[in-house]
Ligand binder design. Structure first.
Ligand SMILES: O=P(O)(O)OC[C@H]1O[C@H](OP(=O)(O)OP(=O)(O)O)[C@H](O)[C@@H]1O
Ligand SMILES: O=C(O)c1cc(=O)[nH]c(=O)[nH]1
Length: 191
């Protein structure tokens, strides 16, 4: 599977001017929330399973909302229990951020995309507060804007199924010269 081609074909890679969760602005956006709508998502799950083969974990936690579908597919395929970390408290009911029995567990945190790694860091901190040990973080796409360095500095193994630099390389004939340059200049500036 050429992930770049799939992202373009399914309109999951968007070119424009986007505000990100970190407050940064970006000339591109990867919208993987609709990825499970398409059959290619199964292949991504297969790839993800191969990538985490050597990680010693016994619990999967998705980062809501983008990380929940992948966490669910992985948990089901691997026979490993799962839960998820909410973006914010509801303010009613149990008012929990961590929805999962992570106490004493070795946790793999899962998200769709990583940019700064702030969301994975926040989710990991909540899991630790709930008594879990975060041993690894897995994302489908690493935008290569600091997440890997941030997670490793926290002692968490960071794994991505795809990196944006590889996706861009595979898209050299699909994106216009201008689109490719815009993204490359942006990525150059974020290093
Ligand atoms: O590495 P970061 O700089 O934290 O950015 C990546 C995060 O941004 C997106 O989530 P978003 O906050 O848009 O929430 P959503 O998944 O609920 O749409 C994405 O799903 C990651 O969780
Ligand atoms: O950093 C983000 O907020 C972000 C970037 C991106 O490409 N896709 C996404 O879902 N979130």
């Amino acid at each position: 599977m050429d992930i770049g081609e799939v992202l373009v074909k399914r309109k999951l890679l968007l070119i424009g001017n986007f505000v990100l969760t970190s407050g940064k602005t970006s000339p591109y956006y990867i919208d993987l929330r609709r990825f499970p709508s398409y059959p290619e998502f199964r292949q991504v799950v297969d790839e993800a399973i191969k990538k985490v083969e050597k990680v010693d974990f016994d619990f999967i936690m998705g980062v809501a909302t983008g990380g929940v579908p992948l966490a669910s597919f992985l948990a089901c395929r691997m026979g490993i229990p799962m839960g998820y970390v909410r973006v914010e408290r509801k303010g009613y009911g149990t008012d929990k951020l961590v929805e999962g029995e992570v106490t004493g567990r070795k946790v793999l945190v899962v998200d769709d995309v990583a940019t700064t790694g702030g969301s994975l860091e926040r989710a990991s901190a909540e899991i630790v507060r709930s008594g879990g040990k975060v041993v690894g973080a897995l994302v489908i796409v690493d935008r290569e804007e600091g997440a890997s360095e941030k997670l490793r500095s926290l002692g968490i193994d960071f794994i991505s199924v795809f990196k944006i630099s590889d996706i861009l390389r595979s898209l050299s004939s699909t994106l216009s010269e201008n689109e490719r340059k815009l993204i490359e200049e942006y990525l150059g500036g974020t290093k």
